[in-house]
Design a binder for this molecule. Sequence first.
Ligand SMILES: *Cc1c(COP(=O)(O)O)cnc(C)c1O
Ligand SMILES: [Zn+2]
Length: 414
Amino acid sequence: MKVSYVKGLKCRECGRHYPKEALYVCEYCFGSLEVDYDYARIKKKLTRKELTSRPQNLWRYRELLPLDKAPTDGMGSGFTPLIKADNLARELGVRELYIKDDSVNHPTLSFKDRVVAVALSKAKEFGFDTVACASTGNLGNSVSAQAAKANLERYIFIPADLEMGKVIGSLIYAPNLIAVEGNYDEVNRLCAEIAFRYKWAFVNINIRPYYAEGSKTYAYEIAEQFGWRAPDHIVVPSAGGSLITKVWKGLNELYKIGLIDDKPRTKVYCAQAEGCAPIVTAIKENSEVIKPVKPQTIAKSLAIGNPADGYYAVNTVQTSGGWGEEADNEEIVEGMKLLARTEGIFTETAGGVTVAVTKKLIAQGRIPRDESIVIAITGNGLKTQEAISEHIGRFTKIKPTLASFEKKVKARRR
Ligand SMILES: *Cc1c(COP(=O)(O)O)cnc(C)c1O
Ligand SMILES: [Zn+2]
């Protein structure tokens, strides 16, 4: 079956064209490469009617994804709920608020299941039998799980200080898990060297142009679930800066192929943790230059001090008219608790960052109170329990008798 609408790869800086191969940097200007589509053909094929007749997973947008053959992985990924968050809206004093909830994505409870679904399908097209990644946790979980299902050999490289939930969440799928004594940026540098020497598909290095396209589906779904409209505001957590860039690209593609009628006027906001906010710092300084930092935050999944797509993330925020803010550790914990208490959603530290930043942007008047707002919840709280275990309520312990119940529980409530 021929499904490809992909023309090739194209340099994001100088525009030079490259063939569909496992390439990621332009050899002339060292710009990063991006997938180039035939939008005119996609526009003819991908109508609303056609789309909505398809299964509810991320492959319903397959013409906008970089495969040449039929997809093979992630058949349960994507199409996560867009929840109307009325309780949280009341708390924050806004009219129309939604949560795009990838904390329940399949199979490993984070938005990374999207990018890995695309990366593994593409790696198999290229003929790789081994996949690998440099990960802050969630990517490792998803590559471990989806490569197990795909019968691929798998190598996961993580910083040695990750949360237990993230470590176990990879190990259960029996990967080769390598904990590097260093931060993510050191892990990533090592992986670039390994990728150069071994013939492995590093999903976020040599397969990166294809992998990154998976993030667009997060935006496609928001627009579809929103009734084929783009919301006024989206707040997105950033690590390497890929998701936020692709959310904006995705909305604009939908307009380009006629799936949404109005040109997106969505303002895109970047959420980072105070101890690791190189993108937000550049936004605030109105600079295009990202100054790398040494990460220091409980939001470990966002702890990338030298973001590969930082420049494009800043550009996205500036072009869309958004802004950036940061949240400290205390605000992150409060953000996690606020979302759980109001909407019944247990997110990880990255989600705490996003909720806290949204609250700040509203309080600052950057996000108006009477327009539609989407908060990007990208990961699950069960994986980062260390962050909140000391900051939540305690259970009441009783004997298995009615007397004990009435003494310890009811009495206290009276
Ligand atoms: C990886 C990750 C992000 C950010 O992704 P980038 O595309 O690298 O900016 C956000 N939230 C969670 C939970 C993640 O794991
Ligand atoms: Zn170039």
